[in-house]
Design a binder for this molecule. Structure first.
Ligand code: UD1
Ligand code: UDP
Length: 358
């Protein structure tokens, strides 16, 4: 089968690294990078570290408003689809690149497979929620990471082509965890000792594009005694500087540029707790058994909260402080995300359906 995969943002590179390896054993893959993320530390580093094949196309769309960015992607992806005529388009997660890929393909009557289907935060103010709902409703194959995701789809009337394959990020984590121990020196580089620091990431629009929320997060980070390592997403850096919070943060917290996946994994494994608003980082904290304090009001990864490994604190100063000082999590590492075999499962299903679709 000729599969055209569309990626464009950091977490999609990480997911694609594992799945691409599996599907290229059986199928031909054309890789399209939309260029949504483009800084070397948001894009190139993942291709190099994780040995992701060089994209066949890079659309170079860059940053803009949602409509303009998604629109530019649609125009360019359509041209490629008309030219390449793939049997299937594969999209990942919930970014604007995901929606543009799925929409362009479905309008051309090309089958769409959605990896990480069925996630819902039930918060339509999140751009990602719009991307998820729309992508799921125009996908032919829906690869869900959890049973909750399968149920979410069922409630929306989507039951055909739905498979619970487990989470591809668990595959990525298991594949890379040994490599990271051998190859990275990030703890020494930052003069950190295991379990004597916290890791923080922030990039969600509801936190970055809001002075009150971002100030509250910064104030809490500055008011604790333990070291916090904060690899800063470019969106967050922009707003921290715009709001005059950057210098305040730098005095107290270890503010560093975004890390490669191997360095990030090593930092997380040895951290005492993780503070984040990232979807992927919440899951990784759970998979690694590190207590996670999530600076959001809701999460699509409900299992991490139900199992006691994750605490939702929003952007509330008191709640963040309470999490940092008191939340220890239950260190449950259940099997809600599968067995680390999601990529092989997806590849097997693609082989099977190949004969029914075509
Ligand atoms: C996007 C996704 C989000 C995902 C995140 C992963 C959407 C709507 N959002 O959010 O779901 O969790 O990626 O990290 O698709 N920027 C740079 N250099 C880059 C990339 C971005 O400077 O390489 C800056 C630009 O100022 C840009 C801003 O970051 O305007 C936001 O980037 P964008 O890709 O629009 O959204 P993210 O916040 O990264
Ligand atoms: N990540 C990384 N470097 C960083 C921050 C995060 O490699 O500096 C990884 C993280 O380990 C996870 C993924 O990026 O695998 C999550 O991406 P992000 O938080 O940007 O997006 P989300 O998962 O929220 O969509």
């Amino acid at each position: 089968m000729k599969i055209l995969s569309i990626i464009g943002a950091r977490p999609q590179f990480i997911k694609c690294a594992s799945l691409s390896r599996a599907i290229r054993k059986e199928h031909t893959e054309i890789l399209v990078h939309t260029g949504q993320h483009y800084d070397p530390e948001m894009s190139d580093i993942f291709f190099k570290e994780l040995q992701i094949p060089e994209p066949d196309y890079n659309l170079g769309v860059g940053s803009s408003t949602h409509g303009e960015q998604t629109g530019k992607m649609l125009i360019e992806i359509e041209k490629i689809l008309l030219n390449e005529k793939p049997d299937l388009v594969l999209v990942y997660g919930d970014t604007n690149s995901t929606l543009a890929g799925a929409l362009a393909a479905s309008k051309l009557l090309i089958k769409v497979a959605h990896v990480e289907a069925g996630l819902r935060s039930f918060d339509r103010t999140m751009p990602e929620e719009i991307n998820r709902v729309l992508t799921d409703h125009i996908s032919d194959l829906l690869f869900c990471p959890t049973e909750t995701a399968v149920l979410n789809l069922k409630k929306e009337g989507i039951a055909t082509g739905v498979y619970n394959v487990g989470d591809v990020m668990l595959d990525a984590l298991e594949y890379n965890i040994k490599i990271t121990e051998e190859k990275t020196t990030v703890l020494d580089d930052l003069s950190l000792s295991p379990k004597e620091y916290l890791v923080a990431t922030v990039h969600r629009a509801s936190n970055t594009d809001n002075f009150k929320n971002l100030s509250s997060i910064v104030n809490s980070f500055c008011d604790v005694d333990i070291s916090i390592v904060f690899p800063v997403h470019p969106r967050t850096e922009k707003y921290l500087k715009q709001y005059g919070l950057w210098d305040k943060l730098c005095e107290k917290v270890k503010v560093i540029p975004p890390l490669g996946y191997l360095e990030m994994l090593k930092l997380m494994v040895h951290s005492r707790k993780i503070l984040t608003d990232s979807g992927g980082v919440q899951k990784e904290a759970y998979m690694l058994g590190v207590p996670c304090i999530t600076m959001r009001e809701n999460t699509e990864w409900v299992e991490t909260v139900d199992d006691g490994g994750n605490m939702l604190v929003g952007a509330d100063y008191e709640k963040i402080m309470d999490g940092i000082l008191n939340f220890e999590g239950t260190k449950i590492k259940g099997d809600v995300f599968g067995t680390g075999n999601a990529c092989v499962e997806i590849s097997k299903i693609l082989n099977k359906i190949c004969s029914t679709f075509y």
